[in-house]
Design a protein around this ligand. Sequence first.
Ligand code: PLP
Length: 429
Amino acid sequence: MDTKLSQGTICVQAGYESGNGRPRQIPIIQSTTFKYDTSEDMTRLFDLEDNGYFYTRLQNPTNDMVAARIAALEGGVAGMLTSSGQAANFFACFNICEAGDHMISTASIYGGTFNLFGATFKKMGIDVTFVDQDADEKDLEAAFRPNTKLVFGETLSNPGVRILDIEKFARLAHSHGVPLIVDNTFPTPINCRPFEWGADIVTHSTTKYMDGQGVQVGGAIVDSGRFDWNAYADKFPGLCTPDPTYHGITYTEKFGKLAYITKATSQLMRDFGAIQSPQNAFYLGLGLQTLDVRVKRHNQSALRIARWLQEQPEIKWVDFPELEGNPEKEKQLKYMPDGTCGVMAFALDGDRAFVSRFMNSLRLATIETHVADCYTCILHPAMHTHRQLTDAQLAEAGIDPAQLRFSVGLEDPEDIIKDLRQAIDAAKK
Ligand SMILES: *Cc1c(COP(=O)(O)O)cnc(C)c1O
């Protein structure tokens, strides 16, 4: 079938075609290794001459079927699964950026990624410049250096829900001969398809909406296949010059549009082994089958609840991109017109004790650091993630002491609203 399928159909069917009398569902190939009939068969695999499986530290059929489903959702040419979102972002950058190189990242990114870039990459000899994603293109130009290898951003940032101007960053990156890598975890390809706006590589923490049930930690990388590595061969020797660990093959020559993912699989996975277990990939595949349905429900419920919160006299402010007057609204209409995700921030009109009483009175929304899955949950940055800061320091960091991070799950939104209302009333007593 060559007609273009919609996302809902891709979610259910892409990546796996069952044969006659074969399992309907993606099978779990829980095997460390794979057997071959002849010694020569095996030799060809080790020379990357044949495509096949030999050891699950590098590649596994279950993972590849699920990765193909994610690649189809993003509209990319190839994908791979990693053991976590952290591993995905590490591999995505390290595949083309090494000691002595430089990269640019927006500053509004997930805390774990900020540490990876700002602390661990530094130890590995990679220098990262963090930029304000809303800065003018002219100011952003100044961050580029001759050894800059990539630009990184989050399409919708965790937890700030700031939207990346993908076209602006793609233009900047491409004018300097480097790719734009974006983490598309929060919107998922249901709400945003970054390749359509010029991004070259997409990463995911599949731990969030893609799994959606809170059962697996995982990550994914998808390549659009559109960045022309050979046009900037001097910047990307790892892809454009012979790899001595595979008898001198050159990835771009031998694999064309599949060069980037093939290198990440056959080199980085071989050496770091941060692969997702086939069992986890299977759970992820199940989660993906309902992604389209779930994300639409998250969109609807979050907007309904954000609007309700805005009307409550006990709520000082609500930060959610879809709300009128939100600074992200214009970018939301352009890049994520159907919705962003279920995550928002709001602040109660009261002191820390009031906020505590409110949180402790919630019955449905649970207190946890996680976000973006089927369970509605809440976190108080002043008392949890940022608890070492004083109110003055919080203000400097742009955090209201009464601010709450709220992730709307799949429960009935009217029940969540009732829960919020009774908790506000209880906190007043
Ligand atoms: C959670 C998250 C990560 C890290 O993913 P893990 O699966 O927890 O390793 C990276 N980026 C974003 C945007 C995230 O939300």
